[in-house]
Design a protein. Sequence first.
Length: 292
Amino acid sequence: MKRYLYILLSVLCLVAVSCGKTQRTLYDGPDYIMFSDTLYVFGVVDDKECFEIPVCATKVSDKDRNIGVEVMVKEGNAIYGNQFKLESSTVVLPAGELTTNVLLKGIADNIEINSDVEVVLRLMIPEENVWTDYGTKTRVQLTRCCPYSRDSFVGYMKMSSSYALSYMVDYRRLFRAEADPEDENGLILKDFMYDGYDVKVHLCPEDRLNPVIEFDEQIFAATDIAFGTKYGEGYIMMVQPSGYASFYSTCENFLALYTTLYVPNVGTVGIFTHVCERISDGEAERIMNEGF
């Protein structure tokens, strides 16, 4: 969906190679103004963060240009003033510049968890500045996210596991997650599936819209504990499966782990899903006293 930007780069910076030398050909076409993309997706965690929506032109001007920005109410489902707001309904494209930004804020408290809303914006520009092939509109998707904190995953967790469903009496398990002192975004899942066998995972908070979990290859359990006898080297190993991304939820405080389990020199046990939900100490105490 970066077609506008690619087109601009193409028309503004055409490069020709001649006789072993590079010549730069400057754009000399019409003066178009547009959003730099047709879709933007932002993760909203509060009502303070401003998101930048770039507006670009194909030619510079020797004077400032005021550009109106209209919210197309009937084309989006986000409620202005309730779920989002613009910092201004007008932006200025400064003299000598090719880009500026529309500033938009989302209001997280009014967007439901696990849902998103859409805003449609239109530039109010003279007809001669409209590139008809690409128009004057863009869509902005606002997805509700929650602030990241590793500590929100530290404590008791209850787990439902497809591995446990296949190989254990109860498909549910209670364990504790601790902060990994060697990794600022790492967790140690104590006695994850079997007592004495911890699992280490790393939370990746860099992209709030893609909160993935990574982990290194590690021992999952001993075969004699899991299967009642020793196979191969005596250990089940755990790796990330190709095609499945483990992830976490900052709003609902759960981990969803996909694992491939195998016994070295023997074979693959299978691909399994483990959903681990952070619970209160009181709920954990109740489970320990009464069971699930």
